[in-house]
Write a protein that binds this ligand. Structure first.
Ligand code: HEC
Length: 412
């Protein structure tokens, strides 16, 4: 690379380490979700070709939503310049860089690692007891009940999740149960027939929060919070990745409550299977299907975030708003649905949706034998259900009632 007159040789410690430590190491370090570390020169040089490939195809860092469609607070991705730098570094023979710079890049990494988790949560709820992960190399989906035992109503200003076993916890979803009627779900596999009975009871809040590696915490705007009724139970749906050795997990959720009076309540609503215009929600064996939701709202709101949700045979997901003036507001577009990377997409700026606007959501599914993600071979009819082999079609939206000037509020 030539900067001005001088030839600059791209080396690891000066040019590549900062990119890797910022964008890759949060997950690629011991005891985190990724299968290997990317910290030292050796870590990266050893896999340089592979890294060149996954960055060029944008498979890593993982971020399924189209960043050209809408801007998110929590977006991830390398710039074209960064991808090029990595490529040129590899082509240039993966130079390590000057003496003493190893120290520099390790310090850089250490500094980054301590910047997270500074504020203590107000309530930490752990799974009741350690869960025994089998060593039989199987996918395992479990439900756990976490009673909050809160004496009074609270407002949640931020929610986090901490995997007890970072190697095996693949992802998790959090629901709220105000009925206290399904505590017996604690520890059950999602294939247990009792789970289908519980599913019929209906929860107030099917989703509160979804966690995937590297998506540790969601914070609501200053002065706002989600109401949590006293004594609610949390329902944690955990996905454990196959493990060749027995292990244990005791994950926790971390809740941050408002200290001062909340000026504005964060509400949410979910556009769901019942809202589709082409019922029934059934994806026949050997067929592809597209479902549509079109839903009008009659008050102005400010959107904080969206969380799309589908299971294994989901393929694409798209959501936008059409205002009464015919303007289109993009929400989220995922061209290549990845079950493993379900995220809450938090908008950079609060997004005003005027009264009388219509939400349009479109999801496509592929239930053919050609779909490598199909859980059934040969394919079977698939309908609604909590199980991973069932399907869902949801868009969870967090919002505030609109207030003048909201669209200028940058989320943090
Ligand atoms: C949010 C967490 C996260 C971030 C950030 C992340 N990775 Fe990964 N990475 C993973 C996980 C989990 C896997 C294993 C599962 C998979 O392959 O999807 C993985 C797998 C990989 C693989 C192996 C892919 C394969 O097909 O086996 C490579 C190479 C890789 N990451 C490189 C990178 C690089 C380079 C960056 C930064 C530019 C990065 N990752 C950022 C979590 C992450």
């Amino acid at each position: 690379m030539i900067f001005g007159q001088k030839m600059i040789e791209i080396n690891f410690h000066e040019h590549i380490a900062p990119i890797i430590h910022k964008n890759c190491t949060p997950c690629h370090q011991p005891n985190r979700s990724a299968p290997f570390s990317l910290i030292s020169y050796e870590d990266v040089a050893k896999r340089a070709k592979f890294i060149g490939k996954v960055t060029e195809t944008r498979y890593m860092p993982p971020f399924p939503a189209d960043r050209k469609f809408q801007a998110y607070l929590n977006e991830r991705g390398l710039t074209v310049g960064e991808i090029t730098k990595i490529k040129l570094w590899i082509e240039g023979g993966m130079k390590e860089g000057g003496v003493g710079s190893t120290v520099k890049s390790e310090q850089h990494f250490a500094q980054q690692s301590t910047e997270t988790d500074l504020v203590k949560p107000d309530l930490v709820l752990k799974m009741n007891k350690p869960y025994q992960i089998s060593g039989e190399n199987v996918e395992d989906f479990r439900f756990f009940s976490l009673p909050s035992k809160t004496a009074t109503d609270q407002y949640i200003t931020a929610i986090g999740f901490k995997a007890g076993n970072k190697k095996n916890v693949h992802h998790s979803r959090l629901m709220v149960d105000t009925t206290n009627n399904i505590r017996a779900i604690d520890g059950l596999s999602e294939t247990d027939p009792k789970v289908y009975e519980f599913q019929k009871t209906g929860l107030k809040e099917e989703f509160l929060y979804g966690w995937v590696p590297g998506n540790d915490k969601i914070s609501f705007p200053q002065g706002t919070g989600v109401k949590l009724n006293a004594n609610s139970d949390f329902l944690l749906n955990m996905h454990y990745a196959p493990s060749p050795v027995p292990d244990t997990d005791q994950s926790e959720i971390q809740l941050y409550f408002a200290k001062d009076k909340i000026e504005r309540e964060v509400r949410n609503f979910t556009l769901r299977e019942n809202d589709i215009s082409n019922k029934p929600f059934l994806i026949k064996a050997n067929q592809k299907a597209t479902f549509f939701i079109s839903k009008k709202i009659d008050k102005a709101i400010s959107l904080i975030s969206v969380m799309p949700h589908m299971h294994l045979i989901g393929k694409t997901f798209r959501a936008f708003v059409i205002t009464p003036n015919g303007e289109v507001i993009n929400l989220v577009k995922i061209d290549n649905w990845e079950f493993n990377w379900q995220m809450t997409y938090q908008f950079k700026l609060l997004l005003k949706v005027p009264s009388g606007s219509t939400f349009i959501v479109e999801g496509t599914y592929d239930n053919t034998a050609e779909n490598p993600e199909n859980p059934n071979s040969p394919p079977l009819d698939i309908a609604y259900g909590w199980g991973t082999k069932d399907e869902m079609f949801n868009l969870v939206l967090y919002y505030l009632d609109y207030k003048e000037g909201d669209e200028k509020i940058e989320q943090k």
